[in-house]
Design a protein around this ligand. Structure first.
Ligand SMILES: NC(=O)c1ccc[n+]([C@@H]2O[C@H](COP(=O)([O-])OP(=O)(O)OC[C@H]3O[C@@H](n4cnc5c(N)ncnc54)[C@H](O)[C@@H]3O)[C@@H](O)[C@H]2O)c1
Length: 374
């Protein structure tokens, strides 16, 4: 059930990922999607009809000129994230981007600063860290279950996107690659759990310079790969702990875990940060067994849009939201820093930092995901 006075949202970009946002907007209780637009206007028309959305705007400018729109959901391609979000802020709207926040640091820094000056909100995916498994992991850490944090590992080992995405070229152009595409899930979760990062080192390589699309409708099309497709990095967190991250589109098979957090009393095995739920496990120092941890929070199923709904809640209550521009900018800075370190051979001290977003209360309620039982 939608709360009184939900925030009116306009959606820019009606491609592949728009379905889950528009599906979940039907139960997220702080938002109401009132309009859509896309460069390919037929895509916007189709989604408006499918999801019963009242207005199809002929252009981004037309949407931004409408005073009814309070918040923009920007789910365009990464290369358009910065310009579209900046236009929204300049028009006095709050904006929530798909990840990455922007392509480069200058765009991201300007976006976050100008939103603060204009007193509008900037948010950014991923919001999977608001899901049950990651919130429970944070509670375990905050409750001292693994003691003082010592280290973390994060691995995304895949073969690429050209086998399933209908239009996968953007994954292999500027703004794409495994670190910019999947790194936000892993890094956002690490920063949420461990805190901000002080410095990093990185090394990158490209396994295949050309990729053949095998998904439909572009089956057989060759993509020229213009970005690194394997990134290895090391991090020192501001709390003194160290981390290792590998993000790859060049791995045919691997048995490495998604995320592990190690403390001086035990280890946490954190499930896939691209998902909201999954099995969280703990192993106490000296024990031979992993133990399953019961989840203490809600949202175990695909609840993409939760971060947008949390931002809408914060817009009304005038307090902080979690998937915010500060953590998204720190993650953007980190992703660039791994690549910069590889190019220069230097350890990079980050210029950005951020607070750990506040944990969700165990009884947080932003709507009932119908896919979750109980
Ligand atoms: N597809 C996924 O599973 C997935 C998952 C997580 C995140 N994302 C992110 O979501 C975003 C969109 O991905 P997608 O898979 O939906 O891509 P897509 O190509 O299917 O859709 C993007 C849409 O944005 C529109 N668009 C691009 N620039 C625009 C502009 N300036 N103004 C208006 N419309 C514009 C395009 O016409 C297209 O319809 C990307 O940032 C991607 O990283 C995608």
């Amino acid at each position: 059930m939608t709360q009184n006075n939900p925030v009116k949202v306009g959606v820019i970009g009606c491609g592949n990922i728009s379905d889950i946002y528009l599906t979940n907007a039907q139960w997220l209780n702080t938002i109401e999607v009132v309009g859509v637009t896309d460069l390919r206007i037929s895509m916007a028309e189709a989604q408006a009809e499918k999801y019963n959305i009242p207005t199809v705007y002929p252009s981004v400018d037309a949407m931004l000129a409408d005073p009814e729109i309070e918040m923009v959901l920007n789910i365009t391609h990464p290369a358009a994230h910065g310009a579209v979000a900046q236009a929204a802020v300049d028009a006095g709207k709050s904006v929530y981007n798909e990840k990455p926040l922007t392509l480069n640091r200058d765009e991201g820094e300007k976006l976050v600063a100008s939103a603060k000056a204009a007193r509008v909100l900037v948010g950014c995916a991923p919001d999977t860290f608001l899901g049950a498994a990651h919130q429970t992991a944070r509670k375990m850490i905050d409750d001292g279950a693994i003691g003082k944090l010592v280290s973390a590992n994060a691995f995304m080992m895949s073969w690429g996107m050209e086998m399933w995405h209908p239009n996968p070229e953007f994954y292999f152009k500027e703004g794409g690659g495994p670190m910019f595409d999947m790194g936000p899930y892993y890094l956002t979760d690490l920063v949420f759990l461990m805190g901000s990062v002080h410095s990093v080192s990185g090394m990158v390589t490209t396994g295949r310079k050309k990729r053949t699309i095998t998904s439909e409708p572009l089956n057989g099309t060759i993509i020229d790969v213009e970005v690194p497709t394997h990134v290895s990095g090391m991090m020192r967190f501001n709390n003194g702990a160290v981390g290792t991250i590998v993000q790859s589109f060049d791995i045919a098979g691997s048995e490495l875990p998604h995320i592990e957090i190690h403390g001086d009393k035990g280890s946490l095995s954190v499930p896939d940060p691209n998902r909201f739920g999954g099995q969280l496990r703990i192993r106490k120092g000296g024990s031979r067994e992993w133990e399953d941890v019961p989840l203490t929070h809600s949202y175990t199923e695909n609840s993409r849009g939760l971060g947008l709904a949390d931002m809408a809640r914060a817009l009304r209550s005038k307090d902080a939201h979690r998937a915010n521009g500060d953590i998204a900018y720190h993650v953007l800075d980190l992703m660039h820093a791994f690549h910069d370190s590889s190019e220069t051979g230097m350890n990079i001290v980050l210029k950005s930092s951020c607070d750990r977003p506040a944990p969700m209360p165990t009884d947080a309620f932003l709507g009932q995901n119908p896919k979750t039982s109980g």
